[in-house]
Structures are given as structure tokens and as C-alpha cells.
Design a protein around this ligand. Structure first.
Ligand code: XMP
Length: 308
């Protein structure tokens, strides 16, 4: 049986032996990078820096959660603010795969600069067993080019340290429990809200989507049975709405809620219609730019979970 405490003690000893000099780790707010950062920090103290890149494409509260968690865990960290750079590079880009590639490349550029600034010689990564077992042949990789910090070593000239390399997800969860790491939010794609905005990404659209997403998340996370993933997509086409006695062309958003175990296949969630109706009303009342809300009733396959 897996014993988190002995795993952690061994991992700390291994890192102490392996690493001579400064290290850096990119944290996303996800469980893997958070656990890896904590283990590295226990082994190396202030010689390891966790960097969270604020792309401007994350959900409301995301950065605060990351900051609180790392502070509570005593992990030295830095928030790198790069919203303007990401938006600038995404200007005029509408193709989903191009968006992913631009975001991945920009992320690497920012991270490379941070690593140089910190004089890091090592890169700690939260890679877990399924990441490398599936790499090169995974369904996920062939369908969409996933922006994953796993791509960093190819570009950044640093020695790699992977304390979670042999663990499976449930074992990582046990280590997270051992450390008292708070339960994470639902899975969230690396490119963030950019792949939930159909067409060009602009600051105005990101702000709109952030507000709609916050409403959906607060309503759906309060349900007795919370879906595996639940989010809002901002569509490119405008549709007709009425404001008082005026016809307006407003934005349309789609709500997507799915049940899944690993994201490879998924079923849309049967959210009660009265709940959907409340969500729709709250979104359109508090965000007047949105005049229509639809619900996605497609499984994966044939659809993917994300719309882009
Ligand atoms: P799809 O849309 O491929 O999504 O059915 C399956 C799972 O992967 C997430 N996803 C991503 N995660 N970078 C990520 O880190 C990406 O580019 C990306 N695209 C999709 C998605 O949210 C779902 O959990």
C-alpha cells in the first residue's frame, strides 16, 4: 500500500542529493505542480522558486487561491504578470490550435526569463506517471496540441527534477492530503479562457467570460452532485435579444457540464432545468451584453469537452 509519509521523506532525501544550486518550478494551481513545489520546497527551502504566470486568461479568484495555498505551505513564490503580453500576441488570432501554440510559446518565453533572473540550474516538474506513459501516443495529444508545462525542458536549458514521476493521480491526492493541501477546483485547461472564447480573444471578451464563469461556478459547485467539469463558452456570433422595447444584438454563451473520470470520454450532465433557468437569468441580468444562454447536450465523443 502507498504510504504518503514515507514517499515524501524519501523524495526529499533524493532531491537533496540530486540538486546542487537553485531551482524553479512553474505552478498552475493544479494538484501536481502544487505537490511537487511543496516537496521541492521542503528539500531546498528558499533555493527553489515557484512561479505562477498570470496570463490574464484564468478564472476569477484563481491567482488568489494559488497565492494562499503556496503561502500556507511555506513555498517561496512569485506571480509573473503578463496579461498584456499574452493579449498582444493573441491579437487577431482565431484558429484554436494557433491560440494554444501562441500561449504555450509565450508561457515558455516568460518562464525562461524568470529562470534566468533566479539563476536557476534545475527545473522541478510535477510530471506524474500517466504523463510520460501516455506521451507520444495519447488521444489527447493527437486531437489537440495541449499546452502543458511538460513541454518546457525542450526549450529551457535546465536539469529536470521530477519528484512525482512514479506516482498515479490517486497517490498524488494522498500526498496532497498528507500536506493538508486544500481541495483543488475542477480541471482547467492550460490555455485557460482563451479556448473558451470562439474567435479572437480580447480583454473585453475575457472579462465577460470571467463574470459568466464565476456565476456558473458558484451555482453549480453548490449542487448535491457536482459535475466533473463545468464552464461557460463565449460564442463568436451575436444573436438578437430584447432590452425593454429595444432589439439588441448581444452575445451568446453556452454552458457545458460534463461527467467524466479522465477527460478521455464524457457525458453531458443532466443539470435540473430549474437550476439552468436560474443560471441563465442570473447571467443575463447581471451581464447585459449577454442576451442568450444555451446548454450543450453533447457527449464526448462525438464532441470534445472544450469547444475549441
Ligand atoms: P477535450 O476538449 O480534449 O478536453 O475533450 C479533455 C480535457 O482536457 C482539458 N483540455 C486541456 N488541458 N491544455 C490543457 O492543459 C489544453 O490545451 C486543453 N484542452 C483541453 C479539458 O479541459 C478537459 O478536461
Amino acid at each position: 500500500m502507498f504510504a504518503p509519509e514515507s514517499f515524501v521523506l524519501r523524495a526529499i532525501e533524493d532531491i537533496k542529493k540530486e540538486v546542487v544550486g537553485r531551482s524553479i518550478i512553474a505552478v498552475s494551481g493544479g494538484i501536481d505542480s502544487t505537490v511537487a513545489a511543496k516537496i521541492a520546497s521542503d528539500a531546498l527551502g528558499s533555493e527553489v522558486l515557484a512561479v505562477y504566470v498570470d496570463t490574464g486568461l484564468m478564472r476569477v479568484g484563481e491567482e488568489k487561491d494559488v497565492r494562499n495555498t503556496l503561502t500556507k505551505l511555506g513555498v517561496k513564490h512569485k506571480i509573473s504578470r503578463e496579461e498584456a503580453l499574452f493579449l498582444e500576441r493573441l491579437k487577431g488570432v482565431t484558429d484554436p490550435e494557433s491560440k494554444r501554440k501562441i500561449i504555450g510559446k509565450t508561457f515558455i518565453d516568460v518562464f525562461e526569463r524568470e529562470a534566468k533572473e533566479f539563476n536557476a540550474r534545475y527545473l522541478v516538474q510535477g510530471t506524474i506517471a500517466p504523463d510520460w506513459i501516455e506521451s507520444g501516443g495519447g488521444l489527447r495529444d493527437t486531437i489537440k496540441s495541449h499546452h502543458n508545462v511538460g513541454g518546457l525542458p525542450k526549450v529551457v536549458n535546465l536539469k529536470i527534477v521530477e519528484p512525482l514521476r512514479d506516482l498515479y493521480k490517486d497517490e498524488v491526492r494522498q500526498v496532497a492530503d498528507y500536506y493538508g493541501i486544500p481541495k483543488m477546483r475542477q480541471p482547467f485547461p492550460g490555455p485557460g479562457l482563451a479556448v473558451r472564447i470562439i474567435g479572437e480573444v480580447t480583454k473585453e471578451k475575457v472579462d465577460l467570460l470571467k463574470r459568466a464563469t464565476a456565476i456558473l461556478e458558484s451555482r453549480v459547485s453548490a449542487l448535491d452532485e457536482v459535475p466533473w467539469q463545468y464552464f461557460v463558452v463565449l460564442l463568436a456570433d451575436r444573436t438578437t435579444g430584447v432590452h425593454g422595447d429595444r432589439r439588441v444584438y448581444g452575445s451568446t454563451v453556452a454552458i457545458r457540464c460534463v461527467n467524466s473520470t479522465d477527460g478521455m470520454t464524457a457525458n453531458f450532465t443532466h443539470i435540473p432545468l430549474d437550476v439552468l433557468s436560474d443560471i441563465s437569468r442570473e447571467i443575463t441580468n447581471s451581464i447585459p451584453e449577454i442576451s442568450r444562454v444555451v446548454y450543450d447536450v453533447t457527449d464526448k465523443p462525438p464532441a470534445t469537452i472544450e469547444w475549441e
